[in-house]
Design a binder for this molecule. Structure first.
Ligand code: GCU
Length: 598
């Protein structure tokens, strides 16, 4: 009979192995930014298909020979009622809504086709990697189904080894951004439902034996760097090496039969901070697969009401940002747009950004980290999703897994947010608690949060008593005193109570204003009104002794299909401190001055 002690040891080993394993994702290549890749960006031919006629027959059953076959007339009598090559085209990456008036309000299916030649390299594995497609993508290569993905803001890939031809490959994606009750996000949100292949598409060739994923972190005691690798196509004798030249850190490891290896190096790096966003060149190699990365090292934790960065209390001087492009509007697609948004945040005096309400691009996250901005990253469990629907939970968890998998090595990311403004219910609590434990299972080195708007209380006293606050590390609170509730002059006297010994971030606070509209401070939509709301709310914030950060709503005006006041909003949420044409409003300088005092 196996002794209980022996069973205990096995269990411990198993759970340690399980914990380690959970971090890595065999379905997603890590660090594609630094990998050799062929871009499939540019003009794609499209077919707009509101009835999904390219997919379903007249009995509404999936077709064998749908548009994914890219059929061509071979004889004059052939009947083929579509032709990508003589149809319209759209630019990838990019949403379709801002690429032409006829697509502006369009929600539904658009078929995308990209033709390309390909020179096969011997002994390679080939992946087609999508950085993001909103919302549902069904993907076909040379007429064959590769698979599908749901969720508009996280990456996915397909192994297409041996399926590429030298000439005239055609990659076809059925993109559908229809809003669905049981989806994530659900049917209503306060941002424009930009559809399309909104981020870059890559063809990535890697050697048969290649580094699939890795996690590299500073140990909690800051005395070492540890992590784990996942190798695909490994042989029993293969050795993986990691070098951090600047720290004279180097390890060579044999991978186990699962292609995994974990390591610990006793080095003390300079720690990543907003003032000194130090990142180290990391060199990884196994056989002829070589990869470099830039990784910063820091610890982040909470003690009582404090948030500690590298063991020191920190105040998060933040701003909320939507992935709306300055000037051209629509989804952000260029480094320049990323730099513009983040430089404005730095100009405000920020050391922190809340990337709302969905994972922004990997480039955005890496750039924010390089610029010394700490990051709140969130999945779009937004408002009233179907908390009682197991299918909806799977969609949410997938997005969480993909978000953490992609950005787990980014020191800049300090907070994972699992939700925004979700209504109180037991189903909701169960749903979100499961997400929180999944996040903790995947990444024990970061803080977990959610943005709540459930505070109770009356007569100027606000009580944070949401049961979900029990399960997070940091409590995000959205409060719109002076805009949706109460008069601006009442806000500075607001008193806040927190039933939980945990730090709070005011994750949303603010007011709308049309840039250039001036008047009395009690005249809505004027810059003076917005500025007045900021002034009184910042006074309120100064009186909250457990508050450790703020991310006012929002850096720049952004498009939303809930904003119909034509003479002011023109389909834009006007709570930005800057208009979408880059014009600063009064409140920008009020917040900038406030951050100088912090
Ligand atoms: C909410 C919500 C935001 C929205 C904002 C607003 O709090 O979280 O997505 O844009 O309020 O109403 O402007």
């Amino acid at each position: 009979m196996l002794s209980s002690r022996f069973l205990l040891v096995v269990f411990l080993l198993m759970s340690y192995a399980e914990v380690l394993q959970a971090q890595l994702n065999e379905n997603l290549l890590q660090n594609i930014q630094n990998r050799e890749k062929i871009s499939l960006d540019g003009e794609w031919k499209i077919i707009v298909d509101p009835l999904e006629n390219g997919y379903y027959n007249h009995r509404y059953l999936p077709k064998e020979d749908g548009y994914f076959k890219n059929k061509k007339m071979e004889s004059p009598s052939d009947l083929i009622e579509y032709d990508f090559d003589s149809d319209a085209s759209l630019t990838v990456p990019g949403d379709w809504n801002t690429q032409g008036d006829k697509y502006y309000y369009y929600e539904g299916t658009i078929w995308y086709k990209k033709s390309f030649d390909y020179i096969a390299a011997p002994d390679q594995v080939s992946y087609i990697y999508f950085e993001a497609v909103n919302y549902e993508a069904k993907v076909y290569l040379n007429g064959e189904y590769l698979g599908e993905h749901k969720g508009g803001f996280t990456p996915f890939q397909f192994d297409v080894s041996g399926r590429l031809k030298e000439k005239d490959n055609f990659l076809i994606v059925k993109v559908d951004n229809k809003r669905l009750k049981d989806a994530i996000p659900t049917v209503n949100s306060d941002w424009w439902n930009y559809g399309g292949i909104t981020r870059s598409v890559h063809l990535i060739d890697v050697p048969k034996t290649h580094i699939k994923d890795y996690s590299i972190q500073l140990t909690a005691d800051k005395k070492a760097i540890e992590g784990e690798f996942l190798v695909q196509g490994h042989g029993t004798k293969d050795v993986i090496s990691l070098a951090i030249p600047e720290l004279k850190g180097k390890v060579k490891l044999k991978v186990d039969d699962q292609g995994r290896a974990s390591f610990k190096i006793d080095v003390s790096p300079d720690l990543w901070t907003p003032e000194n966003p130090k990142r180290y060149r990391i060199e990884l190699a196994i056989n002829n697969d070589k990869l470099i990365d830039s990784i910063g090292f820091r610890t982040i934790q909470t003690v009582g009401n404090d948030i500690l960065l590298n063991g020191k209390p920190v105040f998060l001087k933040g701003i909320s940002i939507h992935e709306e492009a300055p000037y051209k509007t629509g989804r952000v697609t260029s480094e320049e747009e990323i730099l513009t948004l983040l430089s404005w945040s730095k100009e405000l005096g920020c050391n922190f950004v809340r990337l709302a309400h969905y994972p922004h691009s990997e480039k955005m996250v890496r750039e924010a980290e390089r610029m010394g901005l700490m990051i709140w990253s969130e999945i779009p469990v937004y408002w009233t999703v179907s908390f009682d629907n197991p299918g909806t939970y799977v969609l949410a968890e997938n997005q969480l897994v993909e978000m953490i998998s992609r950005d787990k090595n980014r020191a800049g990311v300090i907070l994972w947010s699992v939700a925004n403004e979700t209504p109180l219910s037991e189903d909701r609590n169960v749903f979100l608690r499961k997400l929180i434990s999944k996040a903790r299972e995947m990444d024990s080195s970061r803080l977990i949060t959610a943005a709540l708007d459930t505070q109770s209380g009356s007569d100027g006293v606000k009580v944070i008593d949401d049961p979900l606050a029990e399960s997070v590390d940091v409590i995000g609170i959205n409060s719109y005193c002076g805009w949706y509730v109460d008069k601006p002059e009442m806000c500075s006297d607001y008193k806040w109570k927190n039933l939980y010994q945990k730090p709070m971030i005011m994750s949303e606070v603010g007011a709308g204003a049309l840039q250039g509209l001036h008047g009395d401070k009690d005249e809505r939509w004027t810059e003076e009104y917005q500025d007045y709301v900021f002034k009184t709310n910042l006074e309120m914030i100064d009186n909250i002794d457990f508050l450790r950060g703020v991310t006012p709503w929002i850096l720049m005006d952004f498009r939303s299909s809930r904003r119909h006041l034509k003479k002011i909003q023109k389909d834009f949420n006007r709570k930005g401190l800057i208009s979408e044409q880059g014009e600063k409003k009064k409140a920008f300088y009020t917040l900038q001055n406030y951050y100088k005092t912090k």
